[in-house]
Design a binder for this molecule. Structure first.
Ligand SMILES: [Zn+2]
Ligand SMILES: [Zn+2]
Ligand SMILES: [Zn+2]
Ligand SMILES: [Zn+2]
Ligand SMILES: [Zn+2]
Length: 554
């Protein structure tokens, strides 16, 4: 066999004929359904003139693509016996190779001599990479200067310069050292933007630059969705088990409790029938160990089936992997004939737990839990305070109007509302403390209580501010009015309280400093302790302020 010139689609490397053909068929095997028939053409088409002749009807073709189409159109159902066996083998081999498209991408050369018409809808050419627009870029004038106010260097060939990709202004390269992600329209896009060089002004004025907290995202809705599905699936499982239990007990209660000896066999058959109708049992020959205590089953550790889930478990009384639970059925009409009956049901650990938790959750139906009631009280005070505060603030503004001295009614009204607010704050504080000290064993509950309390402390801090402003306001008003001050505390007491307040405030400042330092050195457990400390100080301070406020207004 002489060596034919390898066809250009395979590159220029000289290869023995057989090799070239198999390599070629490897690649073509996976291209299209017609590839097998195409391959059969190879033997007759490889020649010096690069003419393509259909191997079946001997029609001449101009290009390989045309022959390919012709084979598809005219000879789709060629009997497989028409092809030589070595070809079939190589085709089978080729089928296991990656697709030609993938190979093309790897080698970046086209294996097919395609007509221009078919290449117009070629999807293999990669789409151009997205770019940030440059339409807004400023062109340099003759006397261009760096846009950085502190620089103003003349920009020329000697001082290299460029455009800020964001604002488009011109800067010397010394002032183009920031990078941030920009969308294609040159706006800041921290998520999917393209990294671009920008000026300092654009970098520092981007939204979120001054945020110390970083990007925030509320996951509450995602959490509640997850929680809802988790609860729903749990409820579904509990429902299923409950239904099985009901069915089991009902059916079993219909059987006579003590069968006569001659009916023992039919009785046990009936029991088995009921059990299987409730839930099909797991095949016990496949199970070697108890799924709860992981011990091997043996003569002393027998296999049992849970009547509710059908799984194989042991019945060791030490581990309680499964136990018999007696369920008493109280007949609706107690006659001599049907006295209370007990049906015993074997339940595994898991089924028992699911059913128990359902029963206990029913008992503590959320609406009348004392903790929830305490929380409702807290929120009621909160709502009350939020409603009253704006009214009080409006009054305060009217009182502090220099041009119009307040009349007695206004003063009286302000005093009344202030007292009401102070009472609400005190009540609110008490309610919050009650939640904090609510007795509980659960760690999660404890955490929840602490969080509610922390929230209430910050609520007090933010909403008591206008009240703190008042004493001064009031006393000045009172000095102008004829009424004499009647403080609840003596002058000395007020002074000592004030001093105490100052000391506490100094301490709080120090704690804040310490928290900042701990943050810098990343001592997170220290931060938690310090923050607790700070919260206590806040509490003390607000108490003192309350006392002082009371003494002036009383
Ligand atoms: Zn043909
Ligand atoms: Zn810029
Ligand atoms: Zn500059
Ligand atoms: Zn066990
Ligand atoms: Zn079970």
């Amino acid at each position: 066999m002489d060596r034919p010139k390898p066809r250009r689609v395979l590159g220029t490397a000289e290869k023995p004929y057989e090799d070239t053909l198999t390599a070629n068929s490897h690649l073509m095997g996976a291209v299209s359904p017609s590839s097998e028939s195409l391959l059969s053409s190879e033997t007759s088409t490889i020649n010096e003139t690069e003419r393509f002749v259909c191997p079946i009807c001997n029609e001449e073709m101009v290009s390989l693509a045309q022959l390919n189409r012709h084979l598809d159109d005219a000879h789709t159902d060629v009997p497989t016996s028409a092809k030589p066996s070595w070809l079939k083998k190589s085709v089978a081999k080729a089928r296991q190779l990656p697709t030609v498209a993938a190979l093309n991408r790897l080698s970046r050369l086209d294996l097919f001599d395609e007509s221009p018409a078919s290449s117009t809808d070629d999807t293999r050419t990669p789409s151009p990479a997205p770019e940030v627009t440059r339409a807004h870029w400023k062109l340099p004038s003759d006397n261009e200067k760096c846009s950085q106010p502190s620089c103003r260097k003349k920009l020329s060939i000697r001082t290299p310069f460029g455009n800020c990709a964001c604002c488009g202004n011109l800067y010397c390269t010394n002032h183009l050292k920031f990078r941030m992600r920009l969308a294609q329209d040159a706006t800041h896009d921290p998520q999917n933007g393209i990294w671009s060089t920008v000026c300092e002004i654009c970098y520092t004025s981007r939204p979120g630059y001054m945020d110390s907290t970083g990007a925030q995202k509320s996951l509450t809705s995602a959490f509640s969705k997850l929680r809802a599905t988790a609860i729903a699936s749990k409820r579904l499982e509990a429902n299923r088990l409950e239904n099985r239990l009901t069915r089991y007990v009902e059916n079993m209660s219909l059987l006579p409790s003590k069968p006569p000896f001659y009916a023992r066999l039919t009785y046990s058959n009936k029991v088995h029938e009921i059990e299987q109708s409730v839930v099909p049992w797991e095949k016990d020959q496949d199970i070697a160990v108890c799924r709860y205590c992981s011990r091997n089953f043996s003569i002393s550790l027998r296999k049992h089936h849970c009547r509710l889930c059908g799984q194989v478990v042991c019945s060791d009384s030490a581990t309680n992997c499964s136990i018999d639970i007696d369920i008493q059925i109280v007949p609706e009409a107690a006659t001599e004939k049907n006295d209370p009956k007990t049906v015993s049901v074997r339940m595994c650990k898991r089924c028992r737990m699911i059913l128990n938790s359902r029963v206990s959750s029913r008992k503590s139906s959320t609406s009348d839990s004392p903790f929830l009631r305490a929380y409702m009280v807290l929120t009621q005070f909160q709502v009350g305070i939020k409603d009253t505060l704006p009214r009080f603030e409006a009054l305060l503004e009217a009182l502090s109007d220099e041009s119009a001295p307040p009349n007695k009614e206004q003063l009286h009204e302000a005093k009344k509302i202030r007292q009401k607010l102070l009472d609400s704050f005190t009540q609110y504080d008490i309610a919050a403390k009650r939640i904090l000290n609510f007795p509980t064993q659960s760690e999660t509950q404890k955490k929840l209580q602490k969080s509610i309390y922390a929230q209430s402390v910050s609520f007090l801090q933010t909403h008591m501010l206008p009240l703190q402003n008042l004493p001064k306001n009031f006393s000045s008003q009172r000095a102008s009015s004829t009424a004499s001050p009647e403080p609840g505390l003596s002058e000395e007491q007020v002074v000592s309280l004030r001093q105490k307040l100052i000391v506490l405030e100094e301490q709080k400042f120090m704690v804040k400093e310490m928290i900042n330092n701990a943050r810098k050195s990343r001592q997170f457990d220290a931060i938690a302790a310090l923050e607790q400390n700070g919260a206590e100080l806040d509490n003390e301070i607000s108490k003192l302020q309350l006392q002082l406020g009371n003494s002036v207004s009383a």
